[in-house]
Write a protein that binds this ligand. Structure first.
Ligand code: GTP
Ligand code: MG
Length: 342
């Protein structure tokens, strides 16, 4: 029951590309936001090192993966030099000690443990700057996937602009919150990268399948039992991979919506960014009637595992409606001055 939409006109694509740029520029963190977060990071690290001299604090998530909003939370993770935090009793003890220390600090507000999350976290808020903070323990895979996403944004500027578009849309339409049974912004970014790898010609390579043939370095790097290898030698990527897709960001945005409304085979396929070949649902036993999205490193993790069929219908509606709205030039837009408030 797909509607036949008219061919998209060139002028509309240019306006749409401008809108993508505007959304990105308005959403991006300002230098001040970055400074504040860096300061919180240093402050927290100092505080934790009083109790645990051998710990370090690492930041990950959208502030470091190239898809951060100025009001995004700060995701940090505490890492110990030895392996003791693997033990779950020890984790609880450490968490309790951190909780006590944070609660007695006047800098942080609303300190609370969140134990039902995929990894246990301590959630808090910087009182003065009103910045939400999630503290986890030894979350090494998240540090690695943050680096992977960042690498993809460095290959082509259209990647982050499209990322801001999908995150903006998801937030605006309330379909971007995994804790409320929809999808995390991380999951939407994986969907975007998958699309940019699959479109012909591709905008992005598959970094986890790429290697320098002259060097033949190992394509295996272990991190808590998973392979977290990916090709990182960015200045040299053009020697082994060439991006030939020259579509404007606006055209890619419409193509992205088309891909997930008209082309992707939800019945049989899994969204994956670690291989170019199709990945089949029945191979993994992920047979639910919603979208399936594979984490790039933790291959047993379906990022859409908590998505209910009802919420999936809601997300599909948003995508279909967006495809209709963005796919044709609106009647009432002032071409000379495209303003997002219209
Ligand atoms: P914002 O909405 O701007 O905060 O985006 P974000 O990417 O920081 O999302 P969030 O704060 O929810 O998650 C922080 C990071 O945790 C992600 O960027 C990933 O690196 C990592 N992560 C790994 N697995 C998951 C997962 O299943 N769900 C979520 N939400 N994050 C995951
Ligand atoms: Mg975050």
């Amino acid at each position: 029951n797909m509607i036949d939409l008219p061919v998209i006109d060139e002028q509309w694509i240019q306006i749409l590309s401008k809108i993508c740029r505007q959304i990105t520029d308005r959403s991006k963190p300002r230098p001040r936001d970055i400074e504040n977060r860096q300061q919180i990071l240093n402050q927290l690290e100092k505080q934790f090192q009083k109790d645990y001299p051998d710990c370090n604090l690492y930041a990950f998530g959208s502030f470091y993966n190239g898809f951060g909003f100025s009001q995004s939370d700060l995701d940090v993770c505490l890492v110990f030099k030895d392996e003791r935090e693997q033990n779950s009793d020890e984790v609880i003890r450490i968490m309790q000690r951190i909780l006590r220390a944070m609660k007695s600090s006047s800098t942080f507000d609303e300190v609370q443990p969140v134990l039902q999350a995929k990894v246990p976290i301590i959630r808090t808020r910087h009182r003065q700057w009103n910045i939400a903070i999630d503290i986890s323990l030894h979350n090494m895979l998240a540090i690695e996937n943050t680096r992977l996403l960042k690498k993809y944004t460095e290959i082509d500027t259209r990647v982050s602009e499209l990322g801001y578009m999908i995150k903006y849309l998801a937030k605006f339409c309330s379909i971007g919150d995994a804790s409320r049974g929809t999808l995390s912004s991380y999951a939407y970014i994986i969907m975007l990268i998958h699309f940019l790898q699959q479109i012909q010609p591709p905008v992005l390579p598959v970094l986890q399948q790429l290697n320098d043939p002259t060097k033949k370095t190992s394509m295996y790097k272990k991190c808590s039992k998973w392979n977290v290898y990916f090709y990182e030698d960015l200045p040299k990527i053009n020697d082994i991979w060439k991006g030939e897709n020259k579509l404007l960001t606006g055209a890619l945005w419409v193509e992205f919506l088309r891909f997930y409304t008209e082309q992707f085979n939800y019945e049989e396929h899994i969204v994956t960014i670690r291989q170019i070949e199709p990945l089949l649902k029945h191979e993994k036993g992920w047979l639910r009637q919603t979208i399936a999205i594979e984490d790039p490193f933790e291959l047993s993790h379906n990022l859409a595992g908590g998505l209910s069929p009802r919420n999936w219908i809601m997300i599909r509606r948003v995508l279909i409606r967006s495809r209709e709205q963005f796919g044709v030039k609106p009647e009432n837009i002032d071409i000379s001055n495209p303003d997002m408030s219209n």
